[in-house]
Write a protein that binds this ligand. Structure first.
Ligand SMILES: *Cc1c(COP(=O)(O)O)cnc(C)c1O
Length: 394
């Protein structure tokens, strides 16, 4: 049987990314059901927000239905309005680009660096050569539209190095919204932001708790910020913009984006396991690297050494002289009941976005051609990796 994304996960002996729910998940969810607190009111939502804010050392954390809604509300809080432009990477999951579109704003696409993150040098080149600063705002020379925000994404859990970008964005009044959906647990070890978590550097940061992320609520997201007013407005906008909740007065258009108690209960239990998951991800990554050491045409994507990365997903790199391409490798793995995936199709080439501006995109094309997402679930066994590597060596 096929669904719209290919073979269903249960057909794989080794799926790409599945959650592990063996801690207190059932206990906490059962509690919600026994207490009949299943919806958006309920103690687990507050508890989850507090625990995420403690863990990430973010002053505030506001729970949302998913990472995409967290991005949408963050863009709104950043003051992004219709016809504004927002700088985004071309190599990322579609969610941040869609969130820009929900604001009737316009994405401008940037290239990817060697860690698959937004290319900071080219982004700064774009800001300094292609925009001008007037009356407190940055404008695009070509379109004359205001560039009001940028969304760096910490791709695969690799921290994006933000020191220089933050500096220029502060000078130019461009709000930085980090998409840390894939990078919960990743911290900086060097630079201005040493010891800080990804998602807590920009004015706003977004996390996702979708089923494939390092921890899951089934579905869920969080907005991180150190700004009290942003935190209050985030609650306001995610709960239908209630100015008077008794008389149903709404002075703004709001959204029904609040996380439910059942989802938050799952999240609280998952967060308890995060330290052990991070440890497992390190073991998996180490094992992959050593197992593949002798194979001529393959290597794993390096992680930056200015950060302690969560190693959420392992990316196989195929050498230029290898006679197999991404598609043929996926087929070979599929025949062996191993699920692998190409990286994302570049967003500046997707139908709804292909007419928008992009800047010096080069490296991202090669990444798409030469990279493969490999099974990386926390319950992956070394015997699974041995099987994957033996398929590769054949
Ligand atoms: C998962 C993800 C999101 C958010 O996804 P949701 O499914 O809406 O929680 C956003 N950006 C990136 C890079 C992601 O991987």
């Amino acid at each position: 049987m096929k669904n719209f994304i290919g073979l269903i996960d249960t057909m794989y002996e080794i799926p790409l990314l599945v959650p592990s729910l063996k801690g207190n998940e059932l206990k906490y969810v059962e509690e919600c059901i026994n207490d009949e607190w299943v919806s958006t009111a309920g103690s687990y939502v507050r508890k989850f927000e507090e625990k995420i804010s403690d863990y990430t050392q973010s002053k505030y954390a506001v729970a949302c239905t998913n990472g995409t809604s967290a991005l949408h509300i963050s863009l709104k809080l950043a003051g992004v309005v219709s016809e504004d432009e927002v700088i985004v990477p071309t190599l990322t999951f579609i969610a941040p680009i869609n969130a820009v579109m929900y604001c009737s704003a316009i994405p401008i696409f940037m290239d990817a660096d060697k860690f698959h993150n937004i290319d900071i040098e080219k982004t700064i080149d774009f800001i300094t050569t292609e925009t001008f600063f007037r009356s407190g705002y940055t404008y695009n020379k070509k379109t004359k539209k205001r560039v009001s925000a940028i969304i760096p994404v910490h791709v695969w859990g690799n921290a994006s190095y933000l020191d220089e970008l933050i500096r220029i964005c502060e000078e130019r009044n461009i709000v930085v919204i980090e998409d840390a959906s894939e990078s919960l647990g990743t911290t900086y070890t060097q630079g201005n932001f040493a010891n800080k978590h990804t998602g807590t550097i920009g004015r706003l940061g977004c996390l996702s708790f979708n089923g494939n992320k390092i921890i899951t609520c089934g579905g869920g997201g969080i907005i991180l910020t150190s700004d009290e007013e942003h935190a209050e407005r985030a609650v306001y906008y995610t709960t239908q913009a209630k100015d008077d909740p008794v008389r149903y007065i709404h002075n703004n258009v709001g959204y029904n984006y609040r996380l439910t108690n059942i989802q938050a209960a799952l999240g609280v239990a998952q967060l308890e396991s995060l330290p052990s998951y991070l440890n497992k991800k390190k073991i998996i990554n180490d094992y992959y690297r050593s197992a593949i050491n002798d194979l001529e045409h393959f290597s794993f994507l390096e992680s930056p050494d200015y950060s302690d990365n969560n190693l959420w997903l392992n990316i196989l790199e195929i050498s230029d002289d290898c006679r197999l391409n991404v598609d043929s490798l996926i087929n070979i793995f599929e025949k062996n009941k191993i699920q692998t995936r190409p990286v994302w199709t570049l967003n500046h080439m997707q139908k709804p976005f292909k007419d928008f501006q992009n800047h010096r995109i080069e490296n991202a094309y090669k990444i798409v051609e030469k990279s493969l997402c490999m099974p990386s679930s926390v319950n992956l066994k070394t015997s699974h990796i041995d099987k994957i590597v033996s398929v590769l060596s054949e």
